[in-house]
Design a protein. Structure first.
Length: 201
């Protein structure tokens, strides 16, 4: 008899606990589930004011290289991946200026453009460094004093010819540091960084 009373008392306690827990949960404010973050929230919303479609720059159908002028504020230099030895000035808002011929330069595969210091002040460095078939053991970098946007041609270009120490590479980028050191970056895996000889200035 005592065992049956303990059994039913235990059931009563368990039932009471379940009922109490259900009542307390019902009185609590509902918690909001964590809102999933979508990658689209980080992208550009073209429906907002001030947005719009991307604009194709007609004279640069295959822009290859882009650099900011050190001589003229709000001016950029670029060039086409073509057989024409010219560079093109454009504003930071995308307004096209006239093409400027790089005097004395030839085109094999122009791929990179940089502005950097030189003995004459500010110069443009044009990298004829592309090589899709990786067959060129030598590449050429042209250097000219940075022209004005309304010039038709640059001063005669200096041509620096560099040889790779190991094998041919396809390269599509270069940069110049404040001490006039020139670096070429190859394309592919792994990417390799080369520095031009210090006396090439």
């Amino acid at each position: 008899m005592l065992g049956r009373q303990a059994y039913f008392a235990g059931l009563f306690v368990v039932f009471g606990l379940i009922t109490w827990d259900a009542t307390v949960r019902a009185r609590r404010p509902a918690t909001q589930p964590a809102r999933a973050t979508s990658a689209h929230e980080l992208s550009c919303d073209l429906t907002k004011a001030g947005s719009g479609s991307l604009q194709l720059l007609g004279k640069l159908p295959e822009a290859s290289g882009l650099t900011l002028s050190r001589r003229s504020p709000n001016l950029l230099w670029s060039m086409n991946d073509s057989d024409d030895p010219t560079i093109i000035a454009l504003s930071t808002t995308g307004e096209m200026k006239r093409p400027v011929r790089v005097t004395g330069a030839a085109v094999r595969d122009w791929e990179a453009l940089a502005v950097g210091p030189c003995p004459g002040g500010s110069c443009l460095y044009v990298g004829d460094i592309g090589d899709d078939g990786a067959k060129r053991m030598q590449v050429t970098v042209y250097r000219v004093p940075e022209p004005r946007a309304d010039d038709t041609a640059t001063a005669p270009a200096e041509a620096f010819v560099f040889a790779y120490p190991d094998k041919a590479h396809d390269a599509e980028s270069l940069f110049v540091t404040g001490d006039q050191s020139l670096f070429i970056i190859t394309k592919g895996h792994p990417t390799v960084l080369y520095r031009a000889p210090r006396d090439a200035r």
